[in-house]
Design a protein around this ligand. Structure first.
Ligand SMILES: Nc1ncnc2c1ncn2[C@@H]1O[C@H](COP(=O)(O)OP(=O)(O)OP(=O)(O)O)[C@@H](O)[C@H]1O
Ligand SMILES: [Mg+2]
Length: 378
């Protein structure tokens, strides 16, 4: 791909294009070249990271050292060789003792100059899908917003009437009837508590300050440890240099508390119940949102990880919708509220779950200069 000397083309001086090998190495997409015997001939840095193996190892090994012979990827490669076509396949799983990569998209192309050689471009579609889903959930959370406001308004008034009437009756009835009036009162209180929770979905402008996320997380950890997560081992892995989040202190507590509560409920019954809370800063990653020319700059990451059994596959596509629950006493509002709060912050959520390791990652914006310093934070 080297052009004429000094990049002179048709008399016009152009900057010389950089070496294609350098471009390939820096490409943030895993690229692998296999020879006719499926031995690794080239891997770029992204592929090393993706496969979790160094290039020096890979270049002395074959694909069969990484995935079993019955993996559909090998069939795909044979098809490409047989038909001399580029073929893309979605939702492949690269599974072996050293590798677990579900939901991979693979583009496989022949290399005309090298008979039998195959170029593979790999893509971790599960990460992209998680983001897609989260973006769709924003809509789901919005539709609840209107409903919540109406519910709160329409239900609360008659409810207090019912409760008051039951209380009045209590003074004039006895025996089993008294039990009934108490039942009415208790149930009215339960509905009221639920409506209060629904009301949090209501559309209110978010009062933002510069929030120290570590204070939020430590507070949540303390609440959890002294209550619903007693007996769970907590691990906090905090990046002390993290700048403040642009956000609402109380709502961030609410969101993180819901995540930690889910994690605690997932690890209950585990022989070594463990929850890890981690923060980090991701440099230079911007996330494109469908239908918008803007890219979100969300460098702050908060991860809540547990060693529970994982999120059931069948609810994954609806995870952030309200009333989706697998728990007998669950309302299914926890993650819907997290999605609403994170959406209001302009952030995103990613979910990665398999048995023994469930991870929910929040991507949040850094506080801007115009954000007031947080009252509750230093
Ligand atoms: N860390 C996790 N591990 C396994 N499953 C999870 C985890 N977090 C959420 N889930 C699944 O997602 C469902 C929805 O969670 P969500 O927090 O929205 O509702 P809930 O926990 O069931 O009820 P609520 O939060 O209202 O008490 C849960 O019922 C559970 O099946
Ligand atoms: Mg929950």
């Amino acid at each position: 791909m080297n052009g004429p000397a000094d990049g002179v083309l048709g008399g016009v001086r152009r900057p010389r294009p950089p070496d294609s090998a350098l471009i390939m190495a820096a490409l943030p997409v895993p690229v692998v070249l296999l020879d006719a015997d499926n031995r690794f001939r080239f891997v770029n840095q992204a592929a090393e990271q993706f496969l979790g193996v160094s290039a020096s190892y890979l270049l002395q090994h074959a694909l069969l050292d990484l995935v079993p012979a019955d993996n559909p990827l090998l069939l795909l490669i044979e098809q490409v060789r047989a038909h001399d076509l580029t073929i893309a396949d979605h939702d492949l799983t690269l599974e072996s003792p050293r590798l677990h990569k579900p939901g991979i998209t693979v583009f496989a192309s022949p290399l005309p100059e090298e008979p039998g050689a195959i170029l593979l471009v790999l893509q971790d579609a599960s990460a992209a899908r998680a983001l897609d889903r989260q973006l769709a959930f924003r809509g789901a959370a919005r539709s609840v917003t209107g409903m919540a406001t109406i519910l709160a308004h329409e239900v609360k008034n008659p409810l207090s009437g019912i409760r008051g009437a039951a209380q009045l009756l209590e003074s004039s009835v006895t025996g089993p009837d008294l039990e009934l009036t108490e039942l009415i009162r208790d149930e009215a209180d339960r509905i009221r508590a639920m409506v209060d929770r629904m009301e949090m979905f209501g559309e209110k402008p978010l009062a933002r300050t510069a929030v120290n996320i570590h204070r939020v997380l430590s507070h949540v950890r303390r609440l959890a440890e002294s209550g619903f997560a007693a007996g769970v081992r907590f691990q906090e892995v905090y990046d002390p240099s993290l700048p403040p989040v642009s956000g609402n202190h109380d709502q961030l507590i609410q969101a993180c508390l819901n995540l930690v509560k889910n994690a605690a409920e997932a690890v209950a019954g585990q022989s070594h119940p463990e929850i890890q809370i981690q923060t980090g800063f991701q440099h230079g990653v911007r996330i494109a949102t469908p239908g918008s020319p803007h890219r979100l700059d969300l460098p702050l990451q908060v991860t809540v990880r547990d060693n529970g059994p994982g999120i059931p596959d069948d609810i994954l596509p609806h995870l952030f919708e309200p009333f989706v629950t697998t728990k007998a006493a669950g309302s299914g509002l926890g993650l819907a509220l997290v999605a609403k709060i994170v959406g209001d912050h302009g952030g995103l959520i990613e979910v990665d779950s398999r048995p023994g390791r469930t991870e929910v990652r929040l991507h949040l914006p850094v506080a801007a200069d115009e954000d007031a310093p947080g009252g509750a934070d230093g």
